[in-house]
Every structure is written in C-alpha cells, then in structure tokens.
Design a protein around this ligand. Structure first.
Ligand SMILES: Cc1cc2nc3c(=O)[nH]c(=O)nc-3n(C[C@H](O)[C@H](O)[C@H](O)COP(=O)(O)OP(=O)(O)OC[C@H]3O[C@@H](n4cnc5c(N)ncnc54)[C@H](O)[C@@H]3O)c2cc1C
Length: 445
C-alpha cells in the first residue's frame, strides 16, 4: 500500500495516523515541535480540554477510548461563581450519565503518538516544519529546525493537520477559487492556575467546569488529575478593563480582588502567571475547498479553527478523522473521491459549530447569570425528561453525534418552542405537557 504523509502531529494528525495505520497504510508524521514525550513544552503549564461524545466516538474507532478515559475527569455541569461569592451548579443535561470530560492536552497528544508509533506503520519526524506546498507536484517543502537542512516530501497523498495557521493552507490560498476568511475576536485569553490543596486534593468541586461570568469577560477553570485547576481568563484586548489597560502587578491584583475574590484566595502564583504566560488570540477560520485533487486535504483547525466556547474544536477535529476514515473505506484507493466526499460531508457542519461557538460566548460570560436563562434551562430539562421529541442544543452538540448543522437548525427552532411554551408561566410545574408536545410538533414540522 502507498504511504501517506501527515503534516502536524497534534491531536488530529496523531489520531489520523492511528486510523490510517490500522487500515494498513504506511504513515509519516512531520511535526514542527520537538517530541513532547522527551521535552517539556508550553513552559510546563498544564492545559486541559473538554472532551465529549464526538471526540470519544472517534477515539473508540481507533481503539483508544479506554486508554484516554483514564485521563478524564467528568464534568456533569457548570459551577457558577457569582459576584457575591455564592455558588450555583447548573447541570448540562437532565441525564446524569451525560457529562463532558476534562483531559490534559499534552497527555492526550502523547498517548496518541505512542499508540500510533506502536503500530509499527507510523514514523514521527520531529523538529520538521512545513514551509509550504507546490500543488502541481504535491511536494511539500520542509525544514529540519535542528539541522537547518531543507528537504522535500514526495508528491504522494498528504493530510495537512498543521493547525489554525496552517502552512499548507497558506499556499492553498494561492490556488484558483479558494475561499478563505479569518476573524479574530476582540477578546484574547490567558492561562492561570489554581494549585492542588495543601496535602493534595482539590480546592473546589472537582466534577464541574467552573465559570466566573462577568458580562464583558469571564474566567473558567477545568480540573486536572493532580488536584489543580487550569484557569483561563477570556478578556478584551482593549478598553477600560483589558489586557492592554492592566500593565502593573497592582492593577492586576486590584482587578482580581474585585472581580474574582474567591479565586484569588486560591491563586498564589496569580501575578507571576499573569505576566509570564502569553496572551492568546481567538480566531475563527473558514475556507473551501479543503482538498486539492488526490494530493492533499486539510483537517482540524487547519480548515476550521473555532473559538473555544462550546468546547468543540478538538471534538470537531476528531470527527473529521472519523469522516475521512469512513470515506477511505467507501472509496477504496480513489483519493480524489475520498477527499471530495470528506470535504463535502464536513464543511456545513464545521461552519455550524463555528457559529454556535461564537454564540455560546455571550451565553457563558453573560446569560448564565440571568434568571430568565436559568428558567429556560430548567424548562429544557423538564421537556427532555417528559418527551422524546425535544433535545436542547447543548445536548445535541455535546452528548450526541447529530450533525452540527442539524443541531444548529434545531437549536434555532428550540428558541421558538421555548418562547411559546414559557409564555405566561413562571414555574416549570405550570407547563401543560399536552400543549407543549403540540407546540414542539408544530414548530419542528
Ligand atoms: C484556549 C483554548 C481552549 C480550547 N478548549 C477546547 C476544549 O475544551 N475542547 C475542544 O474540543 N477544543 C478546544 N480547543 C480547540 C482545540 O485546541 C483545537 O481545535 C485542536 O487542538 C485542533 O487540533 P488540530 O490537530 O487540528 O490542531 P493542533 O492541536 O493545533 O495541532 C497542530 C499541530 O501541527 C503542528 N504544526 C503547526 N504548524 C506546522 C508546520 N508548519 N509544520 C509541521 N507541523 C506544524 C503543531 O506544532 C501542532 O502539533 C481550545 C482551543 C483554545 C485556543
């Protein structure tokens, strides 16, 4: 069987390597960074991600579910930290067996790498950066950043999983009729830390995604296996309260004391973390086509980076792997057909999750504080409990594999349904279920 080049040994590239090797392909993965199993990256910071059903399904297809779930901490809901210091737990689902999972990005990536290398059909080449691609020949130009040596990858089939600022996509932009857009939010992010309690254990509820919603900005925290939490402050770049306006330790301390007092008490390294850790930007990337003939296809953030407010970027990238794997099985060896089917199956879905992720930002930083929002969530859970015909958008996105585009469509109809059902009522107990069923049927069509 021919061999496949994968550019980018991140989450999607490493999972795709496993799936391809299982089909018998010889795979070569070229990764810009050093081997993270030998060298500590990201300054040793622990960064975690929310893994949910779509990602878990893809891992299961690769035979990796059990191994990865050992790393996971279940988060069945959000823990809201209100300004007055009170806590409020909001479950994500009315079914307690539904939860999202906090997983260490680095540990997950390492396991994917190790598993693919163990398959003996996969070779990793680290410190190998792709500089670009010639689309006529399909040859990628590479640089070994350790030796300074440049080399070319042959024109066999290539999968580009080289992230949101993909070098392959950059050159694809120069091909005819290639559509591309990138939109940065006016907010960026910074990772901070809540360490484990003295003597071990968690300083806050372990099984929750913690949120400090503050209207124009927010902080979140996800648990790590060692008892610590990785916090992320999502904050405007400019303006009165912003990364640019907070330049001194006194300013940062005063701001955190005022806005997140319960968290500050648990953050002994806050000021060092704030000034040492980089400020990240948040981008939505859309493009099409994702493939060029039988030569190359983009995958994951390289073709659809989304903002992180639905916790779906990695899950969507893993769903790409599932879809590409299915297309390979259905179109034996015809790579032009494989890539074409794959890109058409995924494009509308990746656009939908991009839009939903942006919408969810306002929900997380603002609406979760709102009594009306909390009531609507209670109504949604009540409907889910008492009828099979209603599913909330969060449920469809995080706890099902209903295509994102369909979840987006049905989510818009849900708003109409909720408006009609809650008109004139103030308590969940006042819902007339016969009437509610009728409304759901009418609106869903
Ligand atoms: C703050 C934040 C929080 C997030 N939280 C979540 C979450 O909770 N849940 C979720 O599902 N998603 C989350 N995401 C999104 C998730 O991180 C991405 O969607 C996911 O990493 C995409 O995987 P990928 O393999 O496509 O890209 P990446 O993971 O970025 O991997 C790309 C790889 O390619 C390598 N590379 C880059 N350029 C080159 C080159 N020129 N040559 C060779 N190699 C190269 C990189 O070193 C990297 O290893 C979050 C993102 C951010 C920014």
């Amino acid at each position: 069987m021919k061999h496949i080049n994968i550019i980018g040994g991140g989450l999607a590239g490493s999972l795709m390597a496993v799936l391809l090797a299982q089909k018998g392909y010889q795979v070569r993965v070229y990764e810009r960074r050093p081997d993270m199993r030998k060298v500590q990256l990201d300054g040793g910071r622990s960064i975690n991600l929310a893994l949910s059903v779509r990602g878990i399904h893809a891992l299961e297809e690769a035979g990796l579910k059990e191994e990865v779930m050992e790393l996971a901490i279940p988060m069945p809901g959000r823990m809201i930290h209100h300004r007055d210091g009170s806590l409020e737990f909001q479950p994500y689902s009315n079914d307690p067996s539904n939860y999202i999972n906090s997983v260490s990005r680095a540990e997950l990536n390492k396991r994917l790498m190790t598993r693919s290398e163990n398959l003996a059909k996969v070779d990793y080449f680290f410190n190998c950066r792709c500089l670009g691609m010639d689309f006529e020949t399909g040859e990628a130009e590479m640089l070994n950043t350790e030796t300074g040596e440049k080399f070319k990858l042959d024109g066999e089939t290539t999968i580009a999983a080289d992230g949101a600022f993909s070098a392959v996509r950059y050159d694809m932009q120069k091909t005819e009729r290639f559509n591309f857009s990138q939109d940065f939010l006016t907010h960026g992010y910074k990772e901070l830390e809540i360490p484990s309690a003295k003597g071990g254990g968690f300083q806050m509820e372990k099984n929750a995604l913690h949120i400090w919603p503050r209207d124009e900005y927010m902080m979140i925290a996800l648990p790590n296996l060692d008892g610590s939490f990785t916090c992320t402050l999502f904050f405007p770049f400019d303006g009165e309260d912003s990364f640019n306006s907070m330049q001194t330790k006194d300013q940062v301390k005063a701001f955190f004391d005022k806005q997140f007092p319960d968290a500050v008490a648990m953050m002994p390294t806050l000021l060092d973390d704030y000034f040492e850790n980089p400020t990240g930007s948040l981008v939505t990337v859309r493009c099409f086509p994702w493939a060029y003939q039988d030569k190359v296809a983009l995958m994951g953030d390289a073709c659809h980076a989304v903002v992180p407010f639905f916790g779906q970027g990695m899950n969507a990238a893993f769903e790409d792997c599932s879809e590409l794997s299915k297309c390979i099985d259905e179109n034996k060896g015809d790579w032009a057909k494989i890539f074409d089917q794959y890109q058409h199956a995924r494009k509308a879905n990746s656009d939908a999750i991009a839009d939903m992720a942006i919408e969810n930002y306002t929900e997380m930083r603002d609406h979760v504080n709102d009594a009306e929002f909390v009531f609507q969530k209670q109504v949604e859970h009540h409907l889910e409990n008492h009828t099979d015909s209603y599913k909330s958008r969060y449920e469809m996105v995080s706890f099902s594999r209903i295509p994102y585009a369909e979840a987006y469509r049905r989510g818009k109809l849900n708003k109409e349904i909720l408006k009609k059902i809650t008109a004139g009522i103030e308590k969940v107990e006042e819902i007339d279920m016969a009437k509610a069923e009728k409304i759901i049927k009418e609106v869903m069509g």
